[in-house]
Design a protein around this ligand. Structure first.
Ligand SMILES: [Zn+2]
Length: 306
C-alpha cells in the first residue's frame, strides 16, 4: 500500500477484498470532507483496476501498456467526468455521453471506469440521467462518485451506490504523514501549524505548506484574537491587516471563529463579536461565490464595519 494515504488504507483493503471475492460494486460513492483524498483514491482505484498485471502488493505495475496510457491520461476505458470549463455544474450532455460510452464495448480491457468527482455538482437532469444508468448498469462498467456530503446526492442515487465514508485522520497522523514527505522540508512546529490551519484536511495542510501561507496566517491571527478578546480596537485590527490578502484574511477569520465557538481556545472573548464576524464572513463568501469581480477593499470594509 505504498502510495495509499495511511488514513485510506482500511477503505482500500475493503475494496481489494470485495474484488477478490468477486463482489466488487458497480457503483461506489466516496464521501467525506474536502482534502481527505477521495478523488485521489478514486484515481488510484481506477488505475489499479485497469492495470493488466498489478504487483503482488496490489499496486498498478506502472509498466504495462494500460498503466502507461492511464498515466498519460489517454486510457480509452477511463472516463473522468467533472464540471466543464466555465461551468460549475456537471451537465446533462456530459451524462448523456457517459451513457453512450457505458454501453459501448471496452477498448482494451474487459471493464470501463467512470469517475465522477464532486458528483453533487450534477444538475438535476444530469443526476436523473445518471440514475437511469445506475438502475440498469452495463456489466462491464464501474462508476466511482465522490461528494463532500452524501446527502448532497439524491436518496435514489445513494441507494444504488456502495458507500465509503472518508474520515479526517487525527492531527498526529496528519503530522506524521507530512513529516514523512521528502518534498516537504519543514520543522515540526510549522507542520503542526499547517495541521492546525487545515481543519482535519491533510491534503489542505500539504497545500498550505507548499503555498507558503502559514506565516501570513499567523500574522493575521494575532491581531484578530486581540480584537476578539477586547484587548485591541477595530482600528488596530484594520491597521494590522493592511496589505494582507482578502482570501487569507477570510480564511483566518473563519478558522479563528470555528476554534473559538468550538471551545478549543479557552481565553475570555466577546462571543457576540465572534458570531457577528462569522455571519459577515458567510455574507462576503456568498458574494464572492457569484463569480462577479468585486472590489477587495470594499469587501474588507464590510468585514471591518462596526
Ligand atoms: Zn500495469
Amino acid at each position: 500500500m505504498d502510495n495509499i494515504f495511511p488514513w485510506c488504507e482500511e477503505i482500500w483493503t475493503n475494496l481489494l477484498f470485495a474484488k477478490k471475492k468477486n463482489r466488487f460494486p458497480h457503483a461506489i460513492l466516496f464521501h467525506g470532507n474536502n482534502g481527505v483524498g477521495k478523488s485521489e483514491l478514486a484515481f488510484q482505484l481506477a488505475h489499479y483496476l485497469l492495470c493488466a498485471s498489478p504487483t503482488k502488493n496490489e499496486q498498478p505495475c506502472l509498466i504495462c501498456k494500460d498503466c502507461v496510457l492511464f498515466s498519460a491520461g489517454t486510457h480509452g476505458d477511463f472516463y473522468n467526468i467533472s464540471p466543464e470549463e466555465n461551468s460549475k455544474n456537471i451537465g446533462i450532455d456530459q451524462i448523456r455521453n457517459l451513457k453512450i460510452a457505458a454501453h459501448q464495448k471496452p477498448q482494451r480491457n474487459n471493464i470501463k471506469i467512470f469517475v465522477i468527482a464532486n458528483a453533487n455538482k450534477m444538475t438535476i437532469s444530469a443526476a436523473n440521467a445518471l440514475l437511469k444508468v445506475l438502475e440498469e448498469p452495463p456489466g462491464d462498467s464501474i462508476f466511482i462518485l465522490t461528494s463532500e456530503r452524501k446527502h448532497f446526492l439524491s436518496p435514489t442515487i445513494l441507494s444504488r451506490c456502495h458507500q465509503y465514508q472518508f474520515s479526517s485522520p487525527s492531527d498526529e497522523l496528519t503530522e506524521q504523514w507530512l513529516l514523512s514527505d521528502p518534498a516537504l522540508v519543514f520543522t515540526k512546529e510549522i507542520i503542526k501549524d499547517a495541521t492546525f490551519w487545515s481543519l482535519g484536511s491533510p491534503l489542505l495542510a500539504q497545500k498550505l505548506l507548499k503555498d507558503g501561507v502559514i506565516s501570513e496566517y499567523q500574522t493575521c491571527l494575532a491581531p484578530l484574537l486581540a480584537f476578539f478578546s477586547k484587548k485591541e480596537s477595530l482600528a488596530f485590527l484594520s491597521k494590522s491587516w493592511q496589505g494582507k490578502s482578502l482570501v487569507n484574511i477570510l480564511y483566518v477569520s473563519q478558522v479563528a471563529c470555528y476554534y473559538l465557538l468550538k471551545g478549543t481556545w479557552t481565553f475570555d472573548f466577546n462571543k457576540k463579536r465572534v458570531y457577528q464576524w462569522s455571519r459577515k464572513i458567510i455574507d462576503i463568501k456568498k458574494m464572492t461565490a457569484t463569480g462577479i469581480a468585486l472590489n477587495e477593499a470594499l469587501l474588507l470594509d464590510m468585514l471591518l464595519a462596526e
